[in-house]
Design a protein around this ligand. Structure first.
Ligand code: B3K
Ligand code: ZN
Length: 883
């Protein structure tokens, strides 16, 4: 029960730790109820710490302390004190000393899935951010880096596999018939990168020869029976290793690299040194069980965690405020990897979509925080879209401004200067600034100021002088705790498209010769003006090409300019953007018209574009699949701003979808047939793109008048030879009240009921249905054997999908959706605070909705905030969301 309000931790209070740990020796004897941990730490006072007399305060939670020794001598109870958070030793020797503790913890009772826990008979750890303190007493902070030696003892039968970080150095039998393995990790690391896994696991093995010719053993551990689902993950790992060598000059450093897939995991995966632990959703894939999107996610997450070996592990964070130092940078790296493996424009589009769907609302709502936050109550609440996705955008901007070669120089310098250290954002920016020769002084504001800057642009063509003058200004709205913002350094890539649809060469005032057709302009003041010379005809400006900065741009474009750009822009991103803007404007106007009782706006340009693109032969199908999709209901709600009316949005979007489908029916049917992929399943971008387009067509066809859509979907569901096509058909049917729907859901269940990952798909498809009665269905499914609150994937599949992807029903006018999700947050908080707090995040945009719904959401938030015994995680989100 909460007796006092949790106190925020602040960046400005950072102090170097009073002690350092040189070496860690762990001796862990596994037991579900009482795992015994004997820890031996080589410690000493930190020379650089200001406080030379401070007592030794170690972190520890949910531990039973058995004994404490210093230099072998057992301490009496008067020499230390223990609370539920700390072990304090009042007096320690002046020089180096050995601190030993014996503690026990109960993995079986651990439902929070942080620290050491048991899932399906497998022991597993999750230590980032502060889970190590649930395993043993320790200075559990990332600037305390030590060399680890870990001995694990377990049962030969139930735990034949015993894993930890580094290289295996010893193994044997114990007197009592158990066995042990000893691991040694020569690279000093913070405790959050510690890992232990034990259980009866199967494995697949491969090898990789590094650029210097060292052979590394690669091993993926999975539950027995899943060995045939690891091939793609293994391939992705080898490609990641190679890519990091080529693109960043980074080589792997241990003799072995291991990945373990477990089914109960709080997030996607974890980059523990030499022993990555993964949510099995991001490892296991077979054509009949995983979709193209699953394959793509596996590739990206394998790469992400592997890339952390340098950006995160070799160079780690000084404190948790620096989280973006490893996360933003590593996301940028994995985005680049995917762009090299697949279609770069499509990857950019999907990353920007993600940024706008999650980060923009975060940045514009009550939970807004800078990419480097300056205070937190619970650090686990700060693994956010802002830290990750906006953090990646900041790295991308430096990359855009420097160009790839100079960016690489900056990165080389960063690795050279800080390898083996716990670094800060300042260290990163200094190295990048020195290496790229960019002045990043003003740029640093991006890390400090929260909120999404708004850029307003307008252009004027002077036909007599043949000049085009572009004016841009910036403003950033106030965010919690930050009323006034200093101007940002915003790189804006610009092109001018001539009436013939071709890019014009750009000559800025003062320049002799024409430069490239896309130029990066730097908006550094509140306002800026640029004049282009020799502009033969009136152009249409294409601004922020490739989305060079995470801003909201208002380019003042007319409908006909958008139609022009969506047909002609040479920059694929902006071509997609123009189509989205055109459709968004149309839908927003339709919603407004409906409020006044007027008929929907008819804009045929989008439907005509759909027809033309579907008939064009040369365009990447994956790109076409992206550009023909209408903005989501969530996006429309965001754009609509205040007083969002979810029913009107749903209706307007459905009706536009219907009219596009009616207009383009012939082209849709023909593309649907033409895009069929024959031959064996291949998850690569090419085939996946064809399937994406084919399934996008199916979606439209189901919205067209007539029965063709349902018939095709039912047929595709019956004959699909892979999960992508099967789930696409099922998803189309899930929104239609027809006998085929129930039959398909039942058949799908029968076929896959024993496969927990496929069952997650079955749950979420039902949770996202737009049909009336969905909430009751979701409630019913919480009692289904395929669901349990103890597994985060199940919670995300059913409840989070409902709350975040089903705008229509979550925002039920009477508040039943809110009540249901709030109840689940409270129920889950008792089991797993981290996942509960995430789920509560679905309430963050409550102020945007029309007054009735706003009130209903506020009521639920208040009910949660007023509940006794909340975790810090949920407490922080609830109170900040309400503030
Ligand atoms: N570093 C982990 C995330 C840890 C989250 C802790 N609540 C995975 C990743 O970003 O690679
Ligand atoms: Zn990461």
């Amino acid at each position: 029960m909460r007796t006092e309000e949790p106190r925020p931790i602040r960046l400005k209070d950072y102090q170097v730790p009073a002690f350092t740990t040189r070496e860690v020796n762990l001796d862990i004897e596994l037991d579900p109820k009482a795992t015994r941990v004997h820890s031996k730490l080589a410690m000493e006072r930190n020379e650089t710490s200001a406080d030379k007399t401070a007592p030794l305060v170690l972190d520890g939670e949910k531990l039973k302390l058995v004994e404490v020794r210093i230099d072998g001598e057992r301490l009496g109870a008067n020499r230390y004190s223990v609370t539920d958070k700390h072990l304090t030793i009042h007096d320690v020797p002046d020089g180096p000393f050995t601190l030993e503790t014996v503690t026990s913890c109960a993995p079986e009772e651990n439902t929070a899935l942080t620290g050491l826990y048991l899932t399906d008979g497998i022991y597993c750890t999750q230590c980032e951010a502060e889970g190590f303190r649930r395993i043993t007493y320790y200075l559990d902070r990332p600037d305390n880096m030590a060399v680890f030696r870990t001995r694990i003892t377990g049962d030969k039968k139930s735990e034949p596999v015993l894993l930890s970080n580094g290289n295996p150095v010893n193994k044997g039998k114990t007197k009592d018939g158990r066995h042990f393995v000893e691991w040694h990790d020569p690279f000093p690391k913070p405790s959050y990168l510690f890992a232990l896994v034990a259980g009866d696991l199967a494995s697949v093995e491969d090898k990789f020869v590094t650029m210097s010719g060292r052979e590394v053993t690669l091993r993926i551990f999975v539950e027995k029976g899943n060995e045939d689902r690891c091939a793609y993950a293994m391939e992705a790992l080898k490609r990641s290793m190679k890519w990091d060598e080529e693109r960043f000059g980074r080589e792997y450093d241990l003799d072995i690299f291991m990945i373990v897939a477990v089914s109960a995991f709080n997030m996607g995966a974890m980059e523990n040194k030499g022993l990555n632990v993964f949510n099995d959703k991001y490892i296991l894939a077979r054509p009949d069980t995983a979709t193209d999107a699953d394959y793509a996610a596996i590739e990206a997450i394998i790469a992400h965690e592997y890339f952390h070996n340098w950006t995160g592990n070799r160079i780690t964070c000084r404190d948790w405020f620096q989280l973006c130092l490893k996360e933003g940078l590593t996301v940028f790296r994995d985005q680049e990897f995917t762009s090299d493996m697949r279609s770069r424009p499509v990857k950019r589009i999907s990353d920007v979509r993600l940024l706008r769907a999650h980060q923009f609302p975060e940045d514009g709502g009550p939970l807004a925080h800078p990419v480097r936050p300056d205070s937190y109550i619970e650090i686990n609440n700060f693994y956010t879209a802002t830290v990750y996705e906006k953090g990646a955008e900041l790295c991308r901007m430096i990359h855009t401004m420097a160009g790839p070669k100079r960016f690489r120089k900056g990165m080389d310098l960063y690795f050279e200067r800080h390898d083996g250290e716990a670094a800060t954002v300042e260290d990163f920016l200094d190295a990048l600034g020195d290496g790229t020769k960019l002045d990043l002084t003003q740029f640093k504001r991006w890390y400090r100021q929260s909120g999404t800057p708004e850029v307003l642009a307008s252009g004027r063509y002077d036909a007599a002088r043949k000049t085009y003058t572009l004016k841009m200004s910036q403003v950033c709205p106030p965010t919690p705790g930050q009323r006034v913002k200093e101007p940002y350094h915003i790189p804006v890539a610009v092109g001018l498209v001539g009436p013939d649809g071709k890019d014009m060469p750009l000559t800025l005032d003062g320049e002799e010769k024409a430069g490239a057709t896309t130029r990066v302009l730097h908006l550094t003041e509140r306002e800026g003006t640029w004049r282009f010379r020799n502009v033969a005809e009136k152009p249409v400006p294409s601004l922020l090409r490739g989305f060079t900065a995470p801003v909201k741009l208002d380019a003042n474009l007319k409908e006909r300019d958008l139609v022009f750009l969506m047909r002609h822009d040479s920059d694929s991103f902006n071509r997609w953007e123009a189509a989205q803007r055109y459709a968004t404007a149309l839908l927003v106007k339709t919603v407004e018209a409906a409020r006044e009782g007027a008929a929907p706006r008819q804009g045929m340009a989008f439907a005509e574009m759909v027809v033309d693109l579907l008939s064009a032969r040369k365009i990447d199908p994956d790109f076409v699949a992206q550009i023909i999709l209408l903005p989501s209901e969530q996006t429309l709600a965001q754009i609509a701003g205040e007083n969002v009316d979810v029913d009107a949005i749903h209706k307007a979007r459905e009706s536009l979808r219907g009219s596009i489908a009616a207009h383009a029916k012939k082209a849709l049917l023909s593309a649907y047939t033409r895009m069929e992929v024959k031959g064996p399943y291949n998850p690569d971008g090419g085939d996946a793109g064809r399937r994406a387009l084919r399934n996008a067509c199916l979606g439209y066809l189901a919205a067209a008048p007539g029965e063709d859509g349902v018939r095709l979907a039912a047929e595709q569901f019956r004959t699909a030879s892979n999960m992508t096509d099967s789930i696409a058909a099922l998803s189309v049917l899930s929104h239609i009240d027809c006998p085929e729907r129930a039959a398909a859901l039942a058949a799908f269940y029968e076929r896959w009921k024993d496969d927990h990952l496929v069952m997650d798909k079955w749950l979420s498809i039902q949770a996202m249905s737009s049909l009336p009665g969905t909430l009751d269905e979701v409630k019913r499914l919480t009692g289904h054997p395929a669901f349990t609150m103890k597994n985060p994937n199940k919670v995300r599949a059913l409840i989070t999908s409902f709350a975040s992807m089903n705008q229509l029903h979550f925002h039920d006018a009477k508040g039943a959706g809110y009540r249901f999700v709030a109840d689940k947050v409270l129920e889950l908080d008792k089991l797993n605070p981290q996942v509960a707090a995430r789920l509560l995040g679905t309430f963050k945009s409550w102020r945007q909705f029309e007054p009735k719904r706003r009130k209903l959401m506020q009521k639920e938030l208040k009910r949660i905030a007023g509940t006794e015994g909340l975790s810090r995680d949920v407490y922080e989100i609830a109170t900040k969301t309400l503030a």
